[in-house]
Design a binder for this molecule. Structure first.
Ligand code: DLL
Length: 426
């Protein structure tokens, strides 16, 4: 599939596109209603360019349909759920049929194969297992390839280092920032990664840069590859770099890409920067039609030296919304706001400060409390601080360092409040 002649690939995409639009129209009320409003029927999609006629889908559509409103399969056919951060307290939920899971394993298998992973490899999978798609997505893909998988999940750095060494691990999967942290800790505990058989890293779930890649490769002696994906579309395995490391190849036979102007929504030509929009070509349980990823990139016009006909996307460095990714976890400032405002004694003035120390992201939330509260006992302030910490963790899944500050200490801005100070230098 990676090397299909272009004409055949486009033909396959069109056939799959027509079938998926039909399925979404017949089975998902929101898609049908939006198409009806525009006087469109699935039969109107006669060419791939016609896709531009279809309405977009956005993250808030998933939130509004919480939990199962966009499913196109009855629940008895759904065999797995995953979830990701929404813009408020509730996550967005995605579902898979068994065939969807098989497709997902296949794109992950192709991802591993693209960067040279094979069945004799020992894969340490340090993406989180659970509602996050990283853990199970990489797990089944590596198993389908026939590699030996260590489902260690995220965290517990000392144990990660012990296993890397004792199991003679050759491939690691985790976020690039966590790997930088691993490099540092491993050196501190006297196990320099350069001395281990580790050869390949499959890194994604957050933005990183070419200079981070160079640092990782120089300090650990491995090759670092960029993998891209998002829960709404399938999870990891939407696009993956090949050995040439020139940006991830999009699995176009499964996901149809467009680049749009984030302001006007107009489709832009290859080679132009804009927002990536994806349509799933095979997903049964939850087809996505023209999903606005909010990720800013370019579809590279040149073919890659590897011979794949799949187009590459340029490394994703920023988004067209305010979503932050902290320790691989997606975070919207509005989630913090929702968590803070639920508590009595706080004012609607807060600031989120993100930094990176020793490779690990830190999250601090400063929040103004009312003057009555501020002059209250230390005990009461501590209690509120704890309560806010719990509330943030339960909404976002992230532990934050909460700092209560006196009224009017946080800088006011004349226009939009500056809610986020991101001091990380990637
Ligand atoms: O992060 C899926 C994933 C898991 C991808 C493991 C790769 C490896 P979500 O939690 O839904 O899914 O977050 C998706 O993360 O829209 C991007 O903004 C960002 N992202 C994912 N991969 C990359 C990457 C998973 N390689 C959101 N570079 C996406 C930059 C990335 N950003």
């Amino acid at each position: 599939m990676d090397f299909l002649p272009l004409a055949r690939l486009r033909e396959l995409q069109l056939r799959r596109m027509q079938a998926i639009v039909q399925r979404a129209y017949e089975r998902v009320a929101l898609f049908r209603q939006r198409m009806d409003e525009r006087g469109l029927t699935p039969a109107r999609v006669r060419s791939l360019e016609d896709v531009a006629l279809l309405p977009f889908t956005v993250k808030t559509d998933l939130r509004d349909a919480y939990p199962f409103g966009l499913f196109a399969s009855p629940l008895e056919e759904v065999v797995r759920f995953h979830a990701s951060s929404g813009t408020t307290g509730k996550p967005i939920v995605v579902g898979y049929t068994q065939e969807d899971l098989n497709d997902w394993s296949q794109v992950m298998l192709r991802s591993f194969a693209a960067c040279g992973v094979h069945r004799r490899d020992i894969v340490q999978n340090a993406y989180g297992y659970g509602l996050f798609t990283g853990g199970l997505g990489a797990h089944y893909g590596a198993e389908a390839l026939g590699a030996s998988v260590i489902p260690i999940s995220g965290g517990n750095t000392e144990r990660q280092i012990m296993v890397l060494k004792d199991f003679a691990v050759t491939v690691i999967c985790c976020t690039p920032s966590y790997f930088l942290h691993l490099i540092e800790r491993a050196a501190e505990v006297g196990v320099p990664l350069k001395d281990l058989p580790l050869r390949t890293g499959v890194f994604g779930a957050e933005p990183w840069t070419e200079s981070m890649r160079q640092r990782i490769e120089a300090e650990s002696g491995i090759k670092a590859y960029d993998i891209y994906g998002l829960s709404e579309i399938i999870g990891p395995g939407v696009a993956m770099e090949c050995r040439h490391q020139k940006g991830p190849h999009l699995f176009e036979d499964m996901f149809y890409p467009e680049i749009i102007d984030p302001e006007s929504g107009a489709v832009l030509p290859d080679g132009t920067e804009g927002e990536l929009v994806l349509t799933t070509l095979c997903k049964r349980a939850m087809p996505m039609i023209r999903y606005r990823t909010r990720d800013i990139t370019t579809l590279e016009p040149e073919l890659c030296a590897c011979g794949r006909t799949l187009r590459r996307i340029r490394r994703i460095g920023r988004r067209s919304d305010d979503m932050l990714i902290i320790r691989g976890v997606n975070l919207f400032p509005s989630q913090i706001e929702a968590a803070l405002l639920a508590a009595e004694g706080t004012l609607p003035h807060y600031q989120i400060i993100v930094d990176r120390q020793r490779g690990l992201d830190t999250l601090e939330v400063q929040v103004e409390v009312t003057s009555e509260f501020f002059s209250d006992t230390v005990g009461a302030l501590e209690k509120l601080q704890k309560q806010l910490g719990h509330s943030i963790e339960s909404v976002t899944g992230l532990r934050a360092d909460v700092r209560l500050v006196a009224p009017r200490t946080l800088q006011r801005s004349e226009g939009k409040a500056r809610r986020v100070v991101d001091k990380r230098k990637l």
